[in-house]
Design a protein around this ligand. Structure first.
Ligand SMILES: [Zn+2]
Ligand SMILES: [Zn+2]
Length: 336
């Protein structure tokens, strides 16, 4: 086993590879940024140049600017900077999401960004990559977080939508516009009724559709529609609380989130129905993913990082916790 020479370190700008002079998901402006995926806490504006997976490219162009200097690469394609070999591998989190493999003089590190283990049928499924050191998120790094199979949760959504429809009540689900929305749109039973989406989801889907990455028949919410009683309406969390939602009379409101696994979460948010659906790994998923890498060193970032780090140390890993500006699925309006 190679000695760990800290091929990737953490500083005020982000996750840094000093030999290559590049950052992974920097939270400040840097010269060269490698981006794991298009969520706003990982892909920030202001850097001089970007490298990301080719499917992330249209997403970050849409979100941080058409004119940015950015290059998209394929999964498994290797490029070298100052003798350091880099490649991107599927993270299963959202379309284009990647783990970044970094190899130098026989030492391999993997920065996983955000990842989920279950195949949602939308993005390329997660692949474990062998490494000496693995940088993991810990958004749901407590044993209480345990997901059902996606199709079971979607089955609950179908049943709920059918029941609302029979009462003439619109069904509104709050879900992130990038990731969760496509996961639901792809898997839900589209024969139940029409699906309407908030403008933010319409805009994101248009970007994905134009790039040939996702396709689904959805309708915009407009003043012309008088009755949403048989419809499913998808919106980011911000839409639920604003004046936008007032038009849906007598609607039943659901939230799709990993946090719905927590007792009381649905009540605290004042919604009618909680669906446990996440684009992150649950407790078993995190542990299985880490084990599959064969890594002895683990660096834990955003989430329950102190508790999860302690747990990993007890399991015999050389685990440390590092502070980042990634937000996890923590803040309600954040898109992760
Ligand atoms: Zn994240
Ligand atoms: Zn994310």
């Amino acid at each position: 086993m190679a000695a760990h020479k800290d091929l990737l370190t953490f500083n005020k700008n982000g996750i840094y590879c000093s030999v290559a002079g590049v950052y992974i998901d920097p939270w400040r402006k840097v010269d060269k940024a490698l981006i794991t995926h298009g969520h706003s806490d990982h892909a920030r504006s202001g850097s001089k140049s970007y490298i990301c997976h080719k499917d992330t490219l249209p997403i970050i162009r849409h979100r941080i600017g058409k004119s940015i200097e950015a290059r998209g690469i394929q999964y498994g394609e290797v490029f070298t900077i100052n003798g350091v070999r880099f490649s991107f591998h599927p993270a299963g989190h959202i379309i284009g999401s990647s783990q970044i493999r970094v190899e130098y003089k026989g030492e391999v590190w993997v920065a996983s960004g955000d990842y989920k283990i279950q195949d949602d049928g939308v993005c390329t499924p997660f692949e474990p990559i062998e490494c000496h050191a693995f940088i993991t998120e810990s958004t749901f790094g407590l044993p209480i977080y345990s997901w059902k199979p996606i199709r079971e949760t979607i089955g609950e959504m179908n049943t709920w939508w059918e029941a609302n429809k029979s009462l003439g009540k619109p069904s509104i689900i709050s879900a992130y516009s990038l990731g969760k929305a496509q996961n639901i749109l792809h898997n839900i039973d589209k024969t139940i009724g029409p699906i309407y989406c908030h403008g933010a989801i319409i805009a994101m889907n248009k970007v994905l559709q134009e790039a040939g990455l996702f396709d689904c028949d959805i309708l915009p919410v407009t003043d012309d529609v008088k009755n949403y009683g048989n419809a499913l309406v998808l919106t980011p969390g911000s839409g639920i609380n604003g004046p936008w939602a007032k038009r849906f009379k007598q609607a039943s409101i659901g939230v799709a989130s990993g946090w719905m696994n927590l007792r009381g979460a649905r009540r605290r948010r004042g919604v009618d129905k909680g669906f446990v659906l996440s684009d992150h790994a649950d407790w078993d998923g995190l542990n299985a993913a880490i084990k599959a890498t064969g890594a002895t060193k683990v660096v834990v970032t955003h989430g329950y990082q102190d508790i999860f780090t302690r747990w990993l140390c007890e399991q015999g890993y050389d685990a440390v916790s590092e502070k980042t500006l990634f937000e996890g699925e923590g803040s309600e309006n954040a898109e992760h």
